[in-house]
Design a protein around this ligand. Structure first.
Ligand code: ZN
Length: 300
């Protein structure tokens, strides 16, 4: 991958709508995914295979998987073996298994301890059929809503445990949006020093307005895979006061103007974000969708 290319993984169909009062229909979700693809996004978290009683917004995961448009690599989020098996049955390209860095949050998110989840990931990884990618996200990698700071030592203990099971990609998630650019620089460097070969991905929330700065810090530290959500939608049902991801179109704007290629068309991404805002029925936090790109077409 060229060093001036950054892959954007679109997470609005999963993270972006999982915490919304308005539950989008399966057809609306598929329309969202198609609009993302048409904007040039080529990889997306399309759903999660979790307990529909706890996350009713994702109850139609298998139907979404069955209706996916071609031309976009699909990822399903899973918290355990049961969810992974559903992702395999649904025929997704990849599963993304989550382990949370802090014990309390892992308990609340998936009903078991952090290292029990690591063991579950190990069992899944050992048995995974060929043909499905298996990535690993470490949630609350920068801080926990219940325990507060998560030390670099604690994070690295979890990283080392999960890396023993050979994920094809490792994502660090700032689930509750507490990271600062310095944290990103420090933690990415620590992971890259220990595991230089694993592709690193960042999942950043903009809860405290540091998200886009953190994305730049990640890029600067060598990360070439960034999650984002159209319109800046998003939030975790099990993290108090969690708010949206960095907005896809805001990230595209920054990268475009900085000479970093993404393959995403800014205007098409803005239109997709506007469509999502309409579908959700309330304003969303994205900023470039309000201001437009620059220079504006009229100025040309
Ligand atoms: Zn998230």
């Amino acid at each position: 991958m060229a060093t001036n290319f950054c892959e954007i993984i679109e997470v609005s169909p999963r993270d972006g709508i999982q915490n919304e009062k308005t539950i989008l229909s399966t057809a609306q979700k598929l329309s969202l995914i198609t609009r993302a693809r048409d904007a040039g996004l080529r990889r997306a978290e399309v759903t999660s295979f979790v307990n529909p009683k706890r996350v009713p917004q994702m109850a139609d995961a298998a139907d979404v998987a069955a209706g996916l448009p071609p031309g976009i690599r699909s990822i399903g989020l899973t918290l355990n073996k049961r969810g992974f098996d559903r992702a395999v049955d649904a025929g997704l390209d990849e599963a993304n298994f989550v382990v949370v860095a802090s014990e309390t949050f892992n308990q609340k998110n998936q009903g078991t301890g952090t290292f029990d989840s690591v063991a579950a990931f190990g069992a899944v990884s050992a048995d995974a059929p060929d043909g499905i990618g298996l990535g690993l996200t470490i949630g609350a990698a920068f801080g926990c809503p219940f325990e507060g700071d998560v030390s670099v030592a604690r994070l690295m203990a979890v990283v080392e445990a999960v890396m023993a099971h050979d994920p094809h990609e490792l994502a660090l998630a700032d689930t509750i949006g507490v990271a600062t650019p310095r944290d990103v620089t420090e933690r990415v460097a620590a992971v890259r020093a220990a595991f230089p070969d694993v592709p690193l991905r960042l999942h950043l929330h903009n809860t405290r307005n540091t998200g886009i700065a953190n994305a730049w810090a990640g890029l600067d530290a060598g990360v070439r895979r960034l999650d984002a959500s159209l319109g800046g939608t998003g939030g975790c049902p099990f993290a108090p006061r969690a708010t949206g991801n960095i907005a896809t179109e805001d990230l595209v704007y920054m990268l475009d103007r900085s000479g970093v290629e993404t393959g995403v068309d800014l205007d098409a991404a803005i239109r997709a974000a506007e469509w999502l805002e309409d579908a959700l029925g309330h304003p969303v936090p994205g900023q470039v969708m309000k201001a437009g790109g620059f220079p504006s077409p009229q100025a040309a």
